[in-house]
Design a protein around this ligand. Structure first.
Ligand code: PEP
Ligand code: MG
Length: 758
């Protein structure tokens, strides 16, 4: 009978989903080892869990060894083959255990009969969780494929064990008698959501919902009375703070945050606002209550406005109310911001995120789905964001102590000291893995082929990390953010100043500008009140630009002027036909002629490219490659449009599959078209930094990757471990499969694993 590693991975996935619904840890571990032993046809399968305090591995489940040893067998780091696997953080596969110098068997559990030994560490990042061990009587029984399968299972088990561990620890603590416990009493609980921007955040929950009037901070009824003079002072102090914030933010985020707090100041200076609060105070209404009344009146008016631009001010007026209240209550404090707080909001605008980030917010929990631009802007600002259901968000009380693991989409309420300690360790491991100083100047495959890593830039603040991580240029500049957060279209001069900074800071390295990609879920509140039934299929990206030639021309002129020194390129998003591309290119030529007549410097050599994001573009990839100077695969939209799966809709997120055979074949067609016509092809969607898909992408011939630069050390490291010959073999095999399930099974078997000891 053959070993059935693929079935095994599926079974484990099922078990893990059971664990997520909350199951008994002991039974789950036992089911795992039974399942692994059965499918691998191994005589023994055991799980050892690492105890941080004891610094020992403890046998927690076994199939094949004497079960009475569970909890009794303990191994130090480095002790035996199992102890070595966890100390060295790598799988160890031994053909004849009795001949291995590190073999150590435990008397009484009948271990001595087994010769083949495979130990795979269970890790979360660099954190040690445990070891998964299989043993067999037959020598040299385990193959490299078994190592890969066991690694895939260990990876899945890591999260499951950690979560079950945390939950059971929390339950244990909650049920322990208070007097016996020296630990902080806790009733920790966990909420699961979806990651929108990774990282961890710690802080107190603060609900700031822009859609509901009652969510302005309600003053404490026992607060001391305040006079009209106190209120005057609070107004002045608030104005000073906002002025300062505006200056700081304009310096830090020059491209997007110009006058971003102007609405705050306008409202604050509005006599009707401050005057009405002062009037209420005169009628003996306590100052805090007066603020709350007036703020809520404004929220009511703003949120009912037909104009999106006014509706967007709801959060500003609430923020202002909260500041006034805090400044009244805490006259001594100079600063007043969201430090130490995690904001829970139903909905957020990119401008809200910028403002709250300037006010030092720690993280965001949102409950109405995450628009792609909100996720992108949070990633650029390095702020963790998790999307949860409305029901779950409403269940988090204000002031609750939270720890957010936005990588996993997990939120801990009242986390225990163990959880805090674990995340401190994880944060350090993460930093070590994403260390810019580990980067080499050049990225090269194992067989010596050059691969180029470019940066995706959303805000100018992404530039310093791009340089630090040694980006070879900018592969995608998403130009829409300065448009989205303003109150009007930026002028050609304003745009030129931004784009010039980008070019200057990249110091002669290639910069690829993308023309405006608005529409879909990136709306301009100041432009149109027309709501489209299907905005993703509507007036988006190049369609908007072709329809609004003036706006398009201002942007093109600004790009061309900024790129006058040469080496910059322009690409058009959401091109659906050669005709679209030619129409856009003709307008670029018109702008070039105009600049020439005006004597304004620019480069005629500026290359013009197509973003390959639509199934229709894939069908005419050949003609597009012939016509354009370069192609860039926008995999985020390509997946969305090819599979008809909204990239922001949580309900269908399981169907959003980068490894769908149609996507793989589309990518192959695009790259082949580029190769045939000797045109440069790159990839700039999230797929470009997906470790699972890297061998495929290299195998079909991609050499240019534009990524969020924080992923650069990982991508470089992985590329350096791949031989093009192997990648091509992987790509060819994957392109042959017609089913998603076949591709998934193949990917499990061919994941990028470290070398194992033979
Ligand atoms: C893409 O669609 O892959 C892409 C890079 O563009 P955006 O994510 O900005 O739509
Ligand atoms: Mg796109």
């Amino acid at each position: 009978m053959k070993k059935r590693n693929v079935d095994l991975v599926c079974d484990i996935a099922e078990l893990i989903s059971l664990a997520e619904e909350g199951g008994n840890r002991k039974e789950l571990m036992q089911s795992v080892v039974t399942s692994v032993a059965k499918h691998m046809m191994a005589d023994v399968c055991s799980v050892y869990i690492y105890d941080e305090e004891e610094k020992k591995l403890i046998l927690r489940a076994t199939q094949g060894l004497d079960r009475s040893a569970i909890g009794q067998v303990k191994l130090k780091l480095g002790e035996g083959i199992t102890g070595r696997a966890i100390r060295e953080l790598r799988p160890i596969c031994v053909g004849t255990a009795s001949k291995s110098s590190s073999y150590k068997f435990f008397p009484g559990i009948h271990e001595e009969e087994y010769e083949a030994f495979l130990a795979v560490p269970i890790l979360r990042g660099l954190r040690r969780i445990g070891v998964l061990v299989v043993q067999a009587k037959e020598t040299n029984y385990f193959t490299p494929n078994d190592v890969k399968a066991l690694r895939a299972i260990a990876a899945q088990l890591a999260t499951m064990i950690e979560n079950v561990q945390l939950l059971s620890e929390a339950r244990l603590e909650a049920s322990a008698p208070a007097v016996a416990s020296v630990k902080k009493p806790t009733t920790e609980s966990i909420i699961r959501g979806r990651s929108a921007s990774t990282g961890t955040a710690r802080g107190r929950a603060f609900t700031l919902d822009s859609g509901q009037s009652e969510s302005c901070l309600l003053p404490d009824p026992d607060a001391p009375p305040h006079t009209a003079a106190d209120f005057e002072e609070a107004i002045k102090k608030t104005a000073r703070q906002i002025d300062k914030l505006q200056v700081q933010t304009s310096e830090k985020l020059a491209d997007v945050a110009v006058l971003i707090f102007s609405a705050h100041l306008l409202i604050l200076e509005d006599k009707q606002f401050a005057g009405r609060i002062a009037d209420l105070i005169q009628t003996d209404i306590p100052a805090l209550k007066a603020i709350s009344i007036v703020v809520n009146e404004y929220v009511e008016i703003f949120s009912k406005s037909k104009m999106p631009l006014i509706r967007e001010k709801v959060l500003d007026v609430k923020d202002l109310g909260n500041r006034l209240i805090r400044n009244l209550l805490n006259e001594q404090a100079d600063e007043c911001d969201y430090r130490g707080q995690i904001i829970i909001a139903h909905e957020l605008l990119p401008s809200d995120i910028l403002k709250l980030s300037a006010e030092n917010v720690e993280g965001f929990i949102v409950s109405s789905g995450v628009t792609s631009h909100n996720a992108i802007i949070c990633r650029s600002l390095g702020i963790p964001m998790v999307a949860v259901s409305r029901e779950l968000a409403d269940g988090i009380p204000d002031g609750e102590e939270l720890l957010m693991d936005a990588e996993q989409g997990i939120i801990y309420l009242r986390p225990s000291s163990e959880v805090y300690a674990k995340y401190r360790g994880l944060d350090e491991a993460w930093k070590a893995l994403h260390n810019a100083s580990d980067m080499e100047e050049q990225t090269v495959t194992k067989c010596g082929e050059r691969v180029h890593i470019f940066a995706n830039i959303n805000l100018l603040s992404d530039l310093p990390p791009a340089r630090r991580f040694k980006a070879e240029g900018v592969g995608l500049y998403r130009s829409e953010f300065p448009f989205i957060v303003r109150n009007d279209f930026p002028t050609e001069e304003e745009q030129f100043a931004i784009y010039k900074k980008l070019v200057d800071q990249m110091d002669g390295r290639r910069v690829t500008f993308r023309t405006l990609d608005i529409g879909g879920d990136k709306m301009l509140s100041y432009y149109s009140n027309v709501t489209e039934a299907n905005p993703f299929l509507g007036m988006r990206a190049i369609r908007f630009s072709l329809q609004n030639k003036d706006i398009f021309c201002h942007q093109l002129r600004a790009f061309l002027r900024a790129g006058a020194g040469g080496g910059s390129r322009i690409m058009f998003p959401l091109i659906s036909s050669v005709d679209d591309f030619v129409a856009a290119r003709d307008i670029v030529y018109e702008c070039m002629d105009e600049l020439e007549r005006e004597g304004v410097p620019f480069s005629r050599e500026t290359e013009l490219g197509v973003m390959m994001e639509l199934p229709s573009a894939v069908e005419v990839a050949d003609e597009l490659a012939q016509e354009a100077d370069f192609l860039s695969i926008g995999s985020n939209d390509l997946i969305q449009y090819m599979l008809a799966v909204d990239r922001t809709n949580e309900q269908v997120s399981k169907l959003y599959l980068a490894h769908h055979p149609a996507i793989l074949r589309a990518i192959n067609r695009i790259v082949s078209a580029g190769i045939t016509h000797e045109k440069d092809v790159s990839i700039c969607g999230d797929l470009s930094a997906d470790p699972r898909m890297l061998p495929f992408l290299l195998g079909v011939g991609l050499r240019n990757f534009s990524i969020d630069m924080v992923n650069a050390p990982t991508v470089q490291r992985l590329v350096s471990g791949i031989k093009i010959e192997d990648a091509e073999e992987i790509a060819n095999s994957l392109l042959d499969f017609g089913r998603i399930s076949e591709i998934e099974a193949y990917l499990v078997d061919h994941s990028l694993v470290p070398e194992t000891e033979a």
